[in-house]
Design a protein around this ligand. Structure first.
Ligand code: ZN
Length: 166
């Protein structure tokens, strides 16, 4: 079910989330709601649980429909308790967020990351992501720590842009 997006300055967006310990129907349902909410967002490549008001370390990422970076995508990820275990290189790119609909910003991120996460069944997996997909992973995992992309902007005067109204 598509859920309503929590918007800045809601304090839940700056609150760290709790780890999932019970892998059951509730986690499966949360992943389904996150997926529906991501698919409903125009150009959205990820959503994290606190963005729908659920304070758990769960997020979904799928960059495969992105017009430019889609071909390099590894597809859909449901990330339970994800953490970044290695970071390499540096990359700056424009980011947006469903919880901050009025702005985009240039954000500096690692170019390649290794993400360790659990599946909805609790199985531990590892994936290496680069470029845009790595940025999506870093952006969503930041949400689980209560960090927004604006918190990562080096210069709020020059690196933040109003989003063009459709
Ligand atoms: Zn976001």
């Amino acid at each position: 079910m598509q859920r309503e997006i929590v918007l800045v300055p809601d304090p839940r967006l700056s609150t760290p989330c709790a780890s999932v310990e019970n892998f059951g129907e509730e986690v499966r349902q949360l992943v389904e709601d996150l997926t529906d909410t991501m698919r409903a967002g125009v150009g959205s490549v990820g959503v994290a649980a606190p963005q729908i008001g659920e304070m758990w370390r769960v997020a979904v990422v799928d960059t495969s429909n992105h017009r430019k970076f889609g071909p390099a995508s590894q597809g859909f990820f449901a990330l339970i308790n994800p953490k970044i275990t290695t970071r390499e290189g540096e990359r700056e790119g424009r980011e947006g967020c469903m919880s901050l609909p009025d702005f985009t910003a240039n954000v500096r991120r690692a170019q390649t990351v290794t993400v360790q996460y659990q599946t909805v069944e609790g199985e531990v997996k590892t994936v290496v992501c680069t470029d845009f997909e790595a940025v999506a992973m870093q952006h969503e995992i930041d949400h689980l720590d209560g960090i927004l992309f604006l918190d990562r902007v080096s210069n709020l005067q020059t690196d933040v842009f109003p989003r063009k109204k459709k």
